[in-house]
Design a protein around this ligand. Structure first.
Ligand SMILES: [Zn+2]
Ligand SMILES: [Zn+2]
Length: 432
């Protein structure tokens, strides 16, 4: 590489700079509080897994596997994939670590980066962060409603406005094969009018035609048979119960018969939470932006080699949420406020300040300092800027006498105390 080449982050990937960390922190804090409240335990998995896990779990014909997965071959010859989502790795871990034999339901949550090789665009990155919740070993529709409620609560807690929820049922192995046949028969009769991708999807992944965004496919979709009319009795009553629970806890939703989600493993309930705007909002282009989505996946654990365990979960995109927070003027986590400022003048004072700083740290008093600066005036300005209530001034003379000046920044009153009494004197003044 020539010396002139400017090294940059890989295309579609970004650094999370200090000014953005506070958004990640705010979201993390809200998510982990809610996870604690609802009894979820945190899990982390490696960012790479056996390629086979993903193609088995997500479905070899999905866009995620065919186009978007980052793959690599290790020196030992193993084929690995960078995780494009968390659910399949968590299912793998659930099976591998014997979590099937623990008391169920087993509830897990996560927060971390995923990778997809997509065309980079506004708030769509090739490395992006997700958080999510998974519940294993519970058949009941109450869990579907609770997962939706958790995501709704998180986005509400973050103060996001104008959120919408869409929900659908895509049936199970009882009723979906029949519906898929019905749908593909219908679509084959209109095949010539479908877009190129959809022509391929008829054979590979017929349900995905329902969420095709191409203009020419829209009229065909509208006329297509709808899954809700063809659910078996069990799927039908499960879905009805989910909606009744959501009514009960006052989570607003609309039915969207075209919502199928991109991944093969879903059964019964699927949902999506999004923000939609007709106009550009502070840098966010007009249109629909999905913030979270998920559903039930009763067959996935068995598909990956575990027992027949029902499961339900969802994930949210952290960068999408952050760009909406910014567009809606919502702030990230606040920096901790400093209480006092430590100003020093001269070599001896600087040395004594270092150990004084440690005394305050042990007493859990947050101290600001700028040891690199030597001008007292500059240090007092800094103290003002940081909003310190008190400033401790340690000059050459004070250092020699073993005392320190405590200055009240509001009134300008000053008091001189012995160095070994500084912490207790500050504590007393902060209490006032
Ligand atoms: Zn299409
Ligand atoms: Zn069914």
């Amino acid at each position: 590489m020539s010396k002139k080449t400017k090294l940059q982050a890989p295309t579609g990937m970004h650094d999370i700079l200090p000014e953005d960390q506070k958004y990640y922190k705010r979201i993390y804090d809200v998510v982990s509080d809610i996870a604690d409240f609802y009894g979820f335990s945190k899990i982390d998995t490696p960012i790479v897994e056996d390629l086979e896990l993903f193609s088995k779990g997500i479905g070899a014909s999905t866009d995620v596997i065919k186009k978007e997965m980052y793959t690599l071959k290790t020196k030992g010859g193993d084929l690995l994939g960078l995780r494009p989502e968390w659910t399949t790795p968590i299912v793998r871990s659930y099976i591998q670590n014997g979590m099937q034999s623990l008391p169920q339901p087993l509830k897990l949550w996560y927060f971390g980066p995923c990778y997809r090789y997509e065309r980079p665009q506004a708030d769509r990155y090739r490395q992006f962060w997700q958080f999510g919740f998974e519940v294993f070993g519970e058949q009941s529709s109450v869990i579907d409603a609770q997962v939706i409620q958790i995501f709704y609560n998180i986005l509400k807690e973050l103060k996001l406005k104008d959120l919408m929820i869409e929900i659908n049922s895509i049936g199970d192995s009882n009723c979906r094969p029949y519906y898929k046949k019905l749908l593909s028969n219908y679509l084959k009769s209109r095949e010539s009018s479908l877009c190129v991708d959809c022509k391929r999807r008829i054979k590979e992944n017929v349900l995905r035609i329902l969420d095709c965004k191409e203009e020419k496919c829209q009229p065909i979709k509208t006329e297509a048979p709808q899954i809700l009319d063809h659910l078996c009795e069990e799927c039908h009553s499960h879905f009805k119960e989910v909606l009744e629970f959501l009514d009960e806890i006052e989570v607003p939703y609309t039915l969207n018969p075209y919502l199928v989600r991109g991944l093969d493993y879903y059964t019964k309930t699927v949902f999506e939470m999004f923000f939609e705007s007709d106009n550009e909002v502070k840098g966010l282009p007009a249109g629909r932006r999905a913030l979270a989505g998920g559903g039930r996946y009763d067959k996935l654990v068995k598909l990956i080699g575990g027992k027949d365990v029902p499961a339900c979960g969802a994930a949210a995109g952290v960068e999408r949420i952050i760009s909406l927070m910014k567009a809606q003027g919502i702030e990230g986590a606040k920096d901790p406020e400093i209480q006092i400022f430590l100003a020093q003048l001269g070599g001896l004072a600087k040395r004594k300040s270092l150990s004084l700083l440690e005394d305050f740290r042990k007493s859990k008093i947050r101290v600001g300092e700028s040891f690199g600066r030597d001008s007292l005036k500059a240090q007092l300005n800094r103290a003002d800027k940081l909003g310190a209530k008190l400033t401790l001034i340690l000059g050459q003379k004070e250092a020699l006498d073993g005392v320190v000046i405590i200055r009240n920044m509001k009134t300008g009153n000053q008091e001189t105390v012995k160095l070994d009494k500084a912490v207790s004197a500050v504590k007393a003044k902060l209490k006032k």
